[in-house]
Design a protein around this ligand. Structure first.
Ligand SMILES: Nc1nc2c(ncn2[C@@H]2O[C@H](COP(=O)(O)OP(=O)(O)OP(=O)(O)O)[C@@H](O)[C@H]2O)c(=O)[nH]1
Ligand SMILES: [Mg+2]
Length: 360
């Protein structure tokens, strides 16, 4: 998964990037000359357990790729999107929008007072305006085509509908669209079409305070569609913790009353929000985690490994991770009748360990 970290200047994007990736400031440019990119392993304990069982030559965890962008400045105006930004975000699966909640006298907020709701609104307006500009440009073109008798009526209607939604401050990912419309809109790469996670970047002293409760309540009231996407994070201290070894990090987090690191929490949130799951392949050569959309049919999941697997798909031999660990191996599972044979339409479940049988 590729996750783009965006937001107003000095909201703590680079700090969060460091918290999420363990990158230290010396490793990167802070997003100044194009986005900084770092790939991190998804340290799924199930993969570690399977590796213990199989002692393979190679262990491959899933990966998350994070991109840290600079706060965007255009025409002296802070926080606006521009063309180069749009180009560089081409293939991003989701945004993490960092909103500043922490006070800081050394680096004052570029808009003066710290006001997360104002920042949210401002940023959303930027996203909406960027999408509207694309729509208007395209509509201009299409209306000319219409005059020349080209069959563009449907696209015009669709784009006008999208434009109306945006004018009403509704994100395109909230508009009820059928599959055909979705496909048609894909090429435009609209910003408000992508999944968005909002990271409320706080000082650790703000965690669990009435102030935070109020901010959260207000956010949920104003942006009901972001209810499952709010992520409270003490960016700076998590960045420091991400530099520690595992044991010290765990102690530190416990002292702060933080149950799990931002690194792990965000991974879980991204999987959930984007509807992704993991299945595993095991063997003496390699134990590997694969990330797929929830409910993907077995033949398509096979295709993620290799197109031959999909083309020549015969069946999938499936066992859940829990059963495999309990029984100690696939032959044991087969003996006990717990190795399931599934056909091409079987919706793969999170934690399935799969051996594909195929013939090409
Ligand atoms: N107290 C506190 N300070 C923070 C936190 N996050 C970031 N800062 C500070 O805020 C300043 C800006 O942080 P950055 O992470 O560089 O912000 P940015 O959004 O990447 O900034 P630009 O790339 O310039 O847009 C730095 O001095 C950070 O140390 C936080 O959670 N708490
Ligand atoms: Mg930065």
């Amino acid at each position: 998964m590729r996750i783009g970290i965006i937001g107003l200047p000095l909201s703590g994007k680079t700090t969060l990037f460091e918290a999420l990736t363990g990158a230290s400031p010396a490793d990167h440019k802070g997003g100044r000359e194009g986005p900084d990119i770092k790939v991190v392993k998804v340290m799924d304990p199930r993969v570690t357990r399977l590796a213990e069982m199989y002692q393979p030559k190679k262990v491959t965890y899933a990966e998350m790729e994070y991109l840290d962008f600079a706060g965007i400045v255009k025409d002296g105006q802070q926080g606006e999107m521009d063309g180069s930004f749009l180009k560089s975000i081409g293939k991003i699966d989701a945004f993490v929008h960092v909103v500043r909640v922490f006070p800081d006298s050394v680096f004052p907020h570029p808009l003066g007072k710290v006001d997360p709701l104002r920042d949210m609104e401002r940023f959303h307006t930027d996203l909406i305006l960027s999408d509207l500009a694309i729509i208007e440009k395209r509509l201009e073109r299409l209306r000319k085509d219409l005059k020349r008798g080209l069959p563009v009526k449907e696209e015009i209607a669709l784009l006008e509908r999208c434009g109306d939604a945006l004018e009403g401050e509704i994100f395109l990912n909230q508009v009820d669209l059928d599959e055909a419309a979705r496909q048609r809109l894909k090429g435009f790469d609209f910003l408000t079409m992508r999944p968005m996670i909002v990271a409320l970047n706080v000082h650790e002293d703000q965690l669990g305070t009435d102030e935070m409760d109020q901010i959260m309540a207000k956010m949920e009231e104003t942006y009901p569609f972001l209810k499952d996407s709010l992520f409270v994070v003490a960016g700076k201290i998590e960045m420091e913790i991400a530099q520690l070894n595992e044991e010290d990090a765990a102690d530190f987090l416990e002292d702060l009353g933080i149950a799990e690191s931002a690194m792990n929490r965000l991974i879980h949130l991204c999987y959930r929000k984007l509807g992704r799951i993991s299945f595993f392949t095991v063997g003496k050569d390699e134990v590997k985690a694969w990330t797929i959309p929830r409910g993907l049919p077995a033949a398509k999941a096979a295709g993620v490994i290799h197109s031959d697997f999909e083309r020549g798909f015969i069946k999938a031999e499936v066992i859940s991770f829990d059963d495999l660990v309990r029984l100690g191996g696939i032959p044991e599972a087969r003996q006990r009748g717990l190795l399931r044979l599934e056909g091409k339409d079987y919706p793969v479940r999170d934690g399935d360990v799969i051996t594909f049988r195929f013939n090409v």
